[in-house]
Design a protein around this ligand. Sequence first.
Ligand code: PEP
Length: 255
Amino acid sequence: MRRFLIAGNWKMNCGPNETAALLEELKKETPVISENVDVLVCPPFVSLSMSVNHLHDTDIAVGAQNFHFEDNGAYTGEISATMLEESGCNYVIIGHSERREYFGETDEGVNAKTKKALLHKLVPVVCVGESLAQRKDGVHFDLVKNQVTAALEGISSDDVLDVVIAYEPIWAIGTGETASPEQAQEMHAHIRNTIESLYDSETADVIRILYGGSMKPGNAEELLQQNDVDGGLIGGASLDAKSFSQIISAAEKIS
Ligand code: PEP
């Protein structure tokens, strides 16, 4: 049986006040969460501690959207894994395409962060995915394979079981365009094969691969029904308690 992960990436939205309001709504809207579905919200740094406090009596986990791979030091403006752990986070998004594009995040940095997250018992949600130009050029399978391989470099077969991969075609993020269920399945199977070639088939079976890119209540069910889609990383729709809850319900229905 699959255990889905439905994760909300709030991006640079919701300071503490808006976060409190959205979480209250979410608590009202969220269906009963079974053991087959994990639910996660990733608010901005300044709203993390209060999110942990707000959600302590629920089955909704809290994660961050980024961190620095060093533990502390002269890195003005940065936040470390130790700090996230201390704030009560259980997950962290790593290598989102917006971080790769606007903040120069590299495959090497993603690898360093993935290792550090594991060391701090934070579940790394490692994002990979191609641009529209790369898909048109037909290099998307190689590109994603290389991103996954680089992210997992030097990670043991025991540790990798805790890694979550999120396939997010850049052309589908925040655009209203979604990969078709077939396109998603095709790439998710490719990612699973990549993990099998790096580790083994048991490992590949266990690792969760999320789809991200304009997942909404209207398309969640058909995406989540695909064999190799183990959940969703949701941007826009996670800022609406009703929509996010409906996506959770879709996962509950299928699981
Ligand atoms: C994301 O930012 O991870 C994302 C998938 O955004 P959206 O759902 O808005 O496309």
